[in-house]
Write a protein that binds this ligand. Structure first.
Ligand SMILES: [Zn+2]
Length: 428
């Protein structure tokens, strides 16, 4: 454990500390952030227990306040000379945002990330190959966390699977860190070249950057192919990188950024606050507790998660989460919420008949869809079109997700592979 006295602190004690931090954060934002001075006028929250009284903050709202004079947005609360680093978001959805940090913010990011990655089992002296081209991006701070933990960090970046596999063969690392899509893609890539990653030195595959690493069937495929334990981490650009990290129990991610970030759940359509109960699902909303440069209060992450509250044998306290999918990817078919990542999870259970790659092709714009929902399923290498298989998948989607789908089987290699994040939805 990176900081045992912090990570095993009874959760009630943590919340009491967080309550004090929140009050100070709120006062700071009201004093120094033009966005919140305006936005919170007429609202009040005495502490964390009534944080739900405050309005939510949307990403689009922040972007709407970006100007030539202020490229960060009106939530900027620090003076120019206090800012020591400016990261960018990778801009996978629209134009990139600039994320400023003070020295204290940067330290918080590295600390939270180090706790999250140490939870996954990384320790001093281990060799770790990373595949993120993360220098300019928010995940750059996660790379500093590897230094903080003391691992032997071997950055190879994306763009060359050959270089990556060569590094694994020559340097015999214990761990690799990459997106779940790339971890899956590499298995195929290595398989085609007669290289068995299961026989490699890698004992830990750390995945992050997109949902998927927590899906049971998908994870089982990665664990089998790599002969390694798969754990996931998750963050969000505007709040911090790798805020959450999974321990060896692999039953959801612990909040590595505890004390720095407060987590809530909301019902995504109504924005209504939901209790953080065991088994609850909803959209994750995060609030900075000790942030200086551009603090955010009740920020909608668009990540849809499920919560676990039971004690974890690792000794870390507090809620754990698993990401179900992005609220932005969610479709509603006859009143039922459907996440493309959940469709992939159901389809993956048909391996080895299928490759595990899918694509959802909604027939109409917007969230609401008329059934059947078109789903393209890629077959395993060498497998032929088989109408009985398509029927079984359709039936399983209906029983598991309550969604009526049409299933089109396509041959192996038809769907695009990614070294970064997979696209699961394609709109006409
Ligand atoms: Zn644990």
């Amino acid at each position: 454990m990176f900081e045992p006295e912090v990570e095993t602190r009874p959760w009630e004690e943590q919340l009491a500390l967080d309550d004090e931090s929140f009050k100070a954060q709120l006062a700071y934002a009201l004093e120094r952030s033009p966005l919140y001075r305006e936005k919170l006028a007429g609202f009040s929250a005495a502490g964390l227990t009534d944080i739900g009284e405050l309005p939510l903050t949307e990403k689009a709202e922040l972007k709407g306040t970006v100007s030539d004079e202020n490229p960060f947005g009106a939530h900027l609360a620090a003076a120019p000379e206090e800012i020591v680093r400016i990261y960018s978001t990778s801009g996978t959805t629209g134009t990139p945002s600039f994320i400023p940090l003070t020295a204290e913010d940067r330290e918080s990011w590295v600390t939270g990330s180090a706790r999250s990655y140490a939870a996954s089992g990384l320790s001093r002296g281990e060799r770790l190959v990373s595949t993120y081209n993360a220098g300019p991006f928010v995940a750059g701070a996660a790379l500093e966390a590897f230094d903080r933990i003391g691992v032997t960090h071997i950055p190879v970046g994306t763009g060359s699977s050959e270089r990556l596999v060569q590094a694994i063969e020559a340097l015999r690392p214990e761990a690799v860190v990459l997106t779940p899509s790339y971890a899956a893609h590499l298995l195929e890539w290595a398989g085609e070249r007669g290289c068995d990653l299961r026989a490699s030195s890698v004992a830990r595959v750390l995945v992050a950057g997109e949902p998927g690493g927590g899906e049971e069937a998908f994870r089982a495929r990665l664990e089998d192919g790599w002969g390694a334990r798969v754990t996931e981490a998750m963050g969000i650009g505007d709040i911090g990188p790798s805020l959450w990290g999974e321990c060896g129990e692999r039953d959801g991610m612990h909040l590595g950024a505890r004390g720095l970030v407060h987590a809530e759940l909301i019902e995504p359509e109504s924005g209504e606050a939901l209790a953080l109960d065991d088994g609850a699902t909803g959209e994750l909303v995060l609030t900075h507790l000790r942030h200086r440069a551009a603090p955010l209060i009740r920020f909608r992450t668009r990540d849809h998660v499920s919560v676990r509250l039971g004690p974890c044998p690792c000794g870390r306290t507090g809620p754990r989460i698993r990401c179900i999918g992005r609220t932005d990817d969610m479709l509603i078919v006859r009143g039922v919420n459907v996440f493309p990542s959940a469709v992939r999870e159901v389809v993956s259970a048909f391996a080895p008949a299928v490759s595990g790659n899918i694509l959802v092709r909604p027939g109409s714009p917007g969230v609401k869809q008329e059934p059947p929902l078109p789903v393209v399923v890629e077959l395993a290498r060498g497998a032929d079109d088989d109408s009985a298989l398509a029927d079984s998948i359709r039936e399983r989607l209906r029983s598991a997700l309550l969604v009526q789908a049409s299933v089109e089987l396509v041959s192996w290699g038809s769907l695009q592979r990614s070294e970064y994040k997979s696209k699961l939805v394609e709109r006409a």
